[in-house]
Design a binder for this molecule. Structure first.
Ligand code: HEC
Length: 275
């Protein structure tokens, strides 16, 4: 998002240390007069442009995101607040499974259906990964990259399931095109990995990139290491139960939230072009 290292001063500074980039952002905001009235309005205690810090920016963005993409008026929310007809019988059956026998809420718990923790799901690996400088493989070891603890290998954060029916493709790398595919994968990760259908992916039509998309799969040692990390052990499900779970996931859609509360701006205070 911040651009390549030689593209602008923020990207260059952030590469040296994350907070050096923040300083560059502060300087830009302080020097662009059109930002000052907006900051003053949001933070009356600010005396002059030089008082704008990255903390003000972060809090403003936090507030904006909470307002703009809030999705808590789905049929599920309406049902929980007493409207018994907000969900269909199939969705209610799916909810009962999700929070009971199917075991989904062991990880997808709380108001956002996530424990905010990291788990290894053995999703089909693909693409250039997030390889570190000393690594020779184009893999993505997940949480391990941050903690250096072996037990965090290939673990990714449990995502929220709010609006999930509208946010395909699924998984950290978008390996599954449908809800059916990703949920089925949860039920039997190893055989799902073995039988992965690559044709569901929409990848850049670029022969150089395509050569590395599945390179990892030819590395027998890496693939056997990959298969050692699996935090899923869910009970089998009938086709009918699977349909009920998927119907429930559709009940998590707050259709009004999909467009965002406010439309995209026509112009921004810096005067930079929008596309
Ligand atoms: C062991 C914890 C755990 C359990 C149990 C679990 N999940 Fe997940 N789920 C995750 C994690 C972690 C991811 C993200 C994996 C990744 O990106 O590599 C995920 C991803 C998903 C996604 C894709 C969301 C997206 O936006 O990409 C769906 C849908 C989902 N889970 C549904 C379910 C359902 C339904 C159940 C019960 C049958 C379930 N999960 C049980 C941890 C779990």
């Amino acid at each position: 998002v911040q651009g390549a290292i030689d593209e602008n001063e923020v990207a260059g500074a952030a590469r040296r240390r994350a907070d050096y980039g923040w300083r560059e952002i502060e300087k830009r905001l302080q020097a662009t007069p059109a930002y000052w009235p907006a900051f003053q309005q949001a933070y009356p205690s600010l005396q002059r442009p030089a008082d704008i810090t990255i903390v003000h920016v972060a809090n403003a963005l936090d507030d904006f995101m909470n307002h703009q993409w809030r999705a808590d008026e789905s049929p599920f929310d309406q049902y929980l607040s007493g409207n018994a007809s907000a969900m269909t019988n199939q969705q209610i059956a799916g909810m009962t499974l999700f929070y009971g026998q199917a075991g989904c809420s062991r990880c997808h718990s709380g108001a956002l259906q996530t424990d905010h923790d990291f788990h290894a799901l053995m999703l089909p690996p693909l693409g250039p990964g997030r390889t570190r400088a000393f690594d020779t493989l184009n893999r993505d070891p997940g949480r391990l990259n941050e903690t250096d603890r072996l037990q965090d290998s290939y673990a990714f954060r449990t995502p929220s399931l709010r609006n999930v029916a509208d946010t395909a493709p699924y998984g950290h790398n978008g390996a599954f095109k449908t809800l059916h595919g990703i949920v089925q994968h949860h039920l039997s990760p190893a055989s799902s990995l073995d039988n992965y259908d690559r044709s569901q992916l929409i990848m850049a039509a670029d022969s150089v990139l395509a050569a590395t998309d599945f390179l990892l799969w030819t590395d027998i040692r890496e693939m056997s290491r990959y298969r050692r990390y699996n935090d899923l052990d869910l009970p089998a499900m009938s086709t009918n139960e699977l349909d009920q779970i998927i119907a429930f996931l559709h009940a998590l859609t707050d259709s009004n939230s999909l467009q965002g509360v406010r439309p995209a701006p026509e112009h921004v205070p810096s005067g930079l072009p929008l596309d």
